[in-house]
Design a binder for this molecule. Structure first.
Ligand code: GN1
Ligand code: MG
Length: 343
C-alpha cells in the first residue's frame, strides 16, 4: 500500500492511476505506476537498512551533476522531484519515498542466458565506474558503513553464531561449517586492504544481473538501476557481484544445488565486457586480483544470508521459513564451484 500523502506529493491523484508491485529487491518496496501522464516507478526506501537516506540522495545528485557535465549522452537514472521539488518525500512512519521514470521497451532478467547478455551487462556496469573515475571519491559517502568489508561481515557472522537459537544453529550446521572453511578468503581480503592494493573508486555495489535494464529488441544495456549503494568501493565489489550472479544458470534462490554450475563461456564474456571499459583504469596489481573478486563476493553473500538466518531473518525479505538458509547454502555451493574452476 502506498500512503495517499505520498501519491499526492508526486501528483498521482484522481482517475486512471494504476499501481502494481514491481521488481524483486530484498530491501526496499517498489511499485509501478501507470498514470494518464506516463509510467513511473515509485519506491519506498527501507530506512532501517539505509539509516541516513539523505546520503543516497546526495551521492546520486553529485554523480548526476558530474555525468551530465562530463558525459552528457550517458543515461543515468536520477529520481524525479515531487510537486514541491523534493527528491524524497517522507510518509507518516518516517519512510522516504522517491519516484523514477519507467523506461518503455526495457526488461530486466534474473539469470544470464547468453554470452551477449553477460558482455553487455558487464560493459554497462563498468561504464558507470569508468565515467565516474575522474571524480574525487571524497564527494560521496557510504550509504551503509562497511557494506562490503569482508572482515567486518565475517565478524558479524560470528556474532550471529554466538547469539543464535540452538534450533537454527542445528539446522544450519553444514552451512556454518562451510562458512568457517572458507575463512582464508578473509585473510586474503585483509591483506589486500592492508597493502593498499585496491584503488578507492565510486562503485555501484549491487551489480547483480537484475539491476541492469536491457533494450527489449537490441538486447543492449540501456541503463544501470538501483543506485542506493553508489558509494566508495573497490572494483572487486562490482566485478565480484557480477561473477556471483552471472555465471550460474540459476539465481541465488535455487534449492536444487545440481543446477548451480560455473559457466566458463559466460565468465569469459563477462570479463571481456567489463574490461572493454575498465582495462585502462585498473592497475597491473588490480588485474591480478580479478580472480579473487567472484570468490569474495559469493562468500560475503553466503555469510550475510547465513548471519540473517541465525539472527532470525531480520534483514532480508523472506517469503518462506528457512529462505535465508536456502540462499546461504546456494551461495556456498556456487563458491565451491568457483573454487574448483581455478579462476
Ligand atoms: C540486497 O534489495 P536488493 O535486492 O537490491 C542487498 C545486496 C545483496 C542482494 C542479494 C542494501 O539487494 O547487497 O547483494 O540483496 N542490498 C542491501 O540479492 O543489503
Ligand atoms: Mg539493491
Amino acid at each position: 500500500m502506498i500512503p495517499p500523502v505520498i501519491l499526492r506529493a508526486f501528483g498521482f491523484e484522481g482517475e486512471g492511476v494504476f499501481i502494481q508491485p514491481f521488481g524483486s529487491g530484498h530491501i526496499n518496496r517498489t511499485f509501478k505506476i501507470d498514470a494518464p501522464h506516463g509510467s513511473f516507478v515509485l519506491q519506498r526506501i527501507n530506512h532501517h537498512v539505509f539509516r541516513n537516506p539523505e546520503v543516497i540522495a546526495s551521492n546520486i545528485g553529485y554523480a548526476a551533476r558530474y555525468l551530465k557535465h562530463n558525459y552528457p549522452d550517458y543515461l543515468f537514472l536520477s529520481p524525479i522531484a515531487s510537486l514541491t521539488n523534493q527528491q524524497m518525500v517522507y510518509d507518516n512512519e518516517g519512510y522516504p519515498w522517491r519516484l523514477f521514470p519507467y523506461f518503455k521497451n526495457t526488461i530486466t532478467i534474473d539469470a544470464v542466458t547468453s554470452e551477449q547478455e553477460a558482455f553487455e551487462a558487464a560493459k554497462g556496469f563498468a561504464r558507470l565506474t569508468k565515467n565516474l573515475a575522474g571524480c574525487d571519491v571524497g564527494n560521496v559517502q557510504p550509504t551503509i558503513e562497511k557494506f562490503h568489508d569482508l572482515t567486518w561481515r565475517y565478524e558479524q557472522f560470528h556474532t550471529a553464531l554466538a547469539q543464535a537459537q540452538s534450533e537454527r544453529k542445528e539446522l544450519a550446521f553444514n552451512a556454518i561449517d562451510n562458512c568457517l572453511r572458507f575463512s582464508h578468503l578473509v585473510k586474503t581480503y585483509t591483506a589486500l586492504i592492508n597493502e593498499n592494493a585496491l584503488k578507492p573508486r565510486i562503485t555501484h555495489n549491487d551489480t547483480k544481473i537484475n539491476n541492469i535494464l536491457f533494450d527489449t529488441e537490441t538486447k543492449k544495456a540501456v541503463c544501470v538501476i538501483d543506485l542506493d549503494t553508489l558509494m566508495p568501493g573497490y572494483f572487486i565489489y562490482d566485478l565480484g557481484d557480477m561473477v556471483r550472479t552471472f555465471v550460474s544458470p540459476v539465481s541465488e534462490e535455487e534449492m536444487d544445488l545440481s543446477k548451480i554450475t560455473f559457466r566458463e563461456d559466460i565468465y569469459q564474456a563477462l570479463l571481456r565486457g567489463y574490461l572493454s571499459e575498465m582495462a585502462g583504469e585498473l592497475s597491473e596489481q588490480e588485474m591480478k586480483i580479478i580472480p579473487f573478486s567472484g570468490l569474495m563476493m559469493t562468500y560475503i553473500m553466503a555469510l550475510r544470508f547465513l548471519a540473517d538466518y541465525l539472527n532470525g531473518d531480520v534483514y532480508y525479505t523472506t517469503k518462506y521459513e528457512g529462505q535465508n538458509l536456502v540462499r546461504a547454502v546456494n551461495q556456498l555451493s556456487l563458491l565451491e564451484k568457483l573454487e574448483s574452476a581455478n579462476l
